[in-house]
Design a protein around this ligand. Structure first.
Ligand code: VGL
Ligand code: ZN
Length: 217
């Protein structure tokens, strides 16, 4: 056990059908995160820890969808002159509010989840992080929730290593939380090439602890 569970929260990032095999933005072996996440969630719930699940939750015609920018294809990146701002990677339509693809994977155990944070719900602003949207200043409210409860350590798993897990982990570390990312409970998109390796390096550089779920318990 490396954590004081009473002052810790497990954050389950975007374990939704669209990021799992068969989904619109499927992450290779994305569903493999569910086993270790469920096991850890039960431990947290049974010992006074908090469990939070996030959901990517986009309106139709969201700025991050290639289909919203006629002629663009998934993988293109928006320029400063484009509506939606610089650096926005374009994706296939995914996690549309109320769609089956936006539902949590059916194997994810929601019994122990205390709070669900939906993000990316503004048409012209994406949100990879569970803490701040992609303008890097609009809060989701999660920081306030955790700090009000006196939580000092967050343990992150889910999808995808190189996008929503990465941004959430960097933000968590930046706001002063001890941040652990579960090596056996994350999977990456892997686009552009090398993105998972770069993500792991930047998390380590930011002081994020990478540890397997069995080491945490
Ligand atoms: C994500 C790309 C687009 C993620 C969300 O959950 O990592 N990636 N939207
Ligand atoms: Zn998204």
């Amino acid at each position: 056990m490396t954590i004081d569970i009473i002052r810790s929260a497990l954050i389950e990032i975007d374990i939704q059908n669209d990021f799992c095999p068969g989904g619109a933005l499927a992450v290779d072996k994305g569903d493999e995160v569910i086993g270790p996440i469920n096991a850890l969630a039960a431990e947290f719930a049974g010992h006074g820890g908090r469990v939070i699940a996030t959901a990517d939750w986009h309106p139709a015609f969201h700025v991050s969808f290639a289909s919203s920018h006629g002629g663009r294809k998934a993988g293109d990146v928006l320029e400063p002159a484009d509506k939606g701002g610089a650096g926005q990677v374009l994706w296939p339509d995914h996690c549309v509010q109320g769609s089956a693809g936006a539902d949590f994977h059916k194997a994810l155990d929601l019994k122990s989840v205390n709070l669900i944070i939906r993000k990316g719900f503004r048409k012209n602003l994406d949100s990879y992080s569970a803490f701040f949207e992609n303008d890097r200043k609009t809060p989701t409210g999660l920081e306030g929730y955790l700090k009000f409860l006196g939580i000092e350590t967050v343990v992150l798993g889910g999808l995808a290593t190189d996008y929503c897990v990465l941004y959430s982990a960097l933000d968590a570390a930046a706001i002063g939380l001890r941040t652990i990312v579960l090596t056996d409970a994350v999977r990456g998109v892997g686009f552009p090439e090398g993105s998972v390796e770069r993500a792991i390096k930047s998390m380590k550089d930011a002081g994020v602890i990478l540890e397997s779920s069995v080491e945490v318990l």
